[in-house]
Design a protein around this ligand. Structure first.
Ligand code: MG
Length: 276
C-alpha cells in the first residue's frame, strides 16, 4: 500500500520534475523512476531479452560492475590472468610451467623459452594488457622490443617498440600482424608502461569454412588504433610477403603472449568473456 502511495506521489513529482533529471536523482529511490509520459503512442523495441516499450522500467537492467580505478586493479567481473604475483594462470607451449620470470609486479619474457598461454580458454572477449618494451634500446625494425598478444592462440596484435623505429606498417606496434595498420602510432617511450584494451569477437566456422570473420577493436594507451576491423584472414607469418588464411579451430582457445627474443614486460592482465 505504501509503495502504491509512493508511486502515485512520485508520478506527480515526475510531471513536475520534467527537465530536472531523474526521480532517482531527486529522491534516491532507484526502483521508482518512470518515463515522463506526455501522451502519444508507445513504441516497442525487441532485443535478446524480449519486447519492451521505450523506457519500460521492467526491461532488465545491466549488472552492476565496479570499474578499475587505478593501475593494477581489474573490474569486479573480470577474470584476472596476471596480478603481479605468479604465473599460475599460464603454461609453456607443452602445458608445463611457464618459463617467464616474475619481478616486482610484472612478468618478463625469457629468450628462447617460447610463448606462454593461459590455462583457461576463451572465445569472444574483452582483454586488458599492460606492457613495456625494453628501456635499453637494442636492435631495429622487427628486432626491437618484439612480442605479441594472440587471441585464441592465433590472431596477433603486434607488440613492438615502434617509438622512433620504422618497420613495415602492418607489423608495427598495434597492427593486426600482416593485415591491418593501426590508425595512429601512439607508442610510449621504451621502458614506459603502455596498455591495450581489446574487444575481440571470434570467428565462426562451419566445418572448414569461416562463416563469420573475427573483429577487433583496440585501444592503445586509451587511443583507438583498430576500429571494429574485420580480420580478413589469419595473422600468421608465412614468409616476407605471404599471409595465412583462416584455419578452422575450436570455439575457445588460450590467450598467448609471444617470446620473440626480447625481454618484454607485462602486468595487470584481465579478461571479460563476451557473448558471440
Ligand atoms: Mg610479434
Amino acid at each position: 500500500m505504501q509503495r502504491v502511495l509512493w508511486t502515485v506521489i512520485l508520478t506527480g513529482i515526475a510531471g513536475w520534475a520534467a527537465g530536472c533529471g531523474s526521480v532517482q536523482g531527486l529522491l534516491g529511490r532507484p526502483e521508482v523512476e518512470k518515463p515522463l509520459m506526455t501522451g502519444g503512442e508507445t513504441r516497442f523495441l525487441e532485443d535478446a531479452s524480449g519486447r519492451w516499450g521505450v523506457h519500460d522500467v521492467n526491461r532488465p537492467a545491466p549488472p552492476v560492475v565496479t570499474p578499475f580505478t587505478q593501475a593494477g586493479k581489474a573490474p569486479s567481473d573480470a577474470i584476472v590472468l596476471f596480478n603481479g604475483t605468479d604465473l599460475s594462470q599460464w603454461t609453456n607451449p607443452s602445458g608445463g610451467p611457464a618459463k617467464w620470470v616474475v619481478k616486482a609486479d610484472y612478468m618478463e619474457a625469457v629468450r628462447d623459452s617460447g610463448p606462454i598461454k593461459t590455462k583457461q580458454r576463451f572465445g569472444s572477449c574483452q582483454l586488458h594488457v599492460e606492457f613495456a618494451t625494453p628501456a635499453r634500446v637494442q636492435g631495429r625494425g622487427q628486432g626491437r622490443g618484439n612480442s605479441g598478444v594472440f587471441l585464441q592462440d592465433n590472431y596477433e596484435i603486434q607488440v613492438l617498440d615502434s617509438y622512433d623505429n620504422a618497420t613495415y606498417p602492418d607489423g608495427q606496434c598495434a597492427a593486426l600482424y600482416g593485415r591491418s595498420v593501426p590508425l595512429v602510432n601512439v607508442c610510449a617511450k621504451p621502458g614506459e608502461w603502455q596498455s591495450y584494451d581489446i574487444i575481440f569477437h571470434r570467428p565462426l566456422f562451419d566445418g572448414d569454412r569461416v562463416t563469420r570473420k573475427a573483429t577487433f577493436t583496440v585501444l592503445q594507451n586509451g587511443v583507438l588504433v583498430q576500429d571494429h576491423v574485420v580480420l580478413s584472414g589469419g595473422t600468421g607469418w608465412r614468409g616476407s610477403s605471404a599471409i595465412s588464411n583462416y584455419e578452422a579451430h575450436e570455439d575457445k582457445l588460450p590467450i598467448s603472449l609471444q617470446d620473440h627474443g626480447n625481454p618484454l614486460r607485462y602486468r595487470n592482465i584481465w579478461v571479460r568473456e563476451l557473448k558471440d
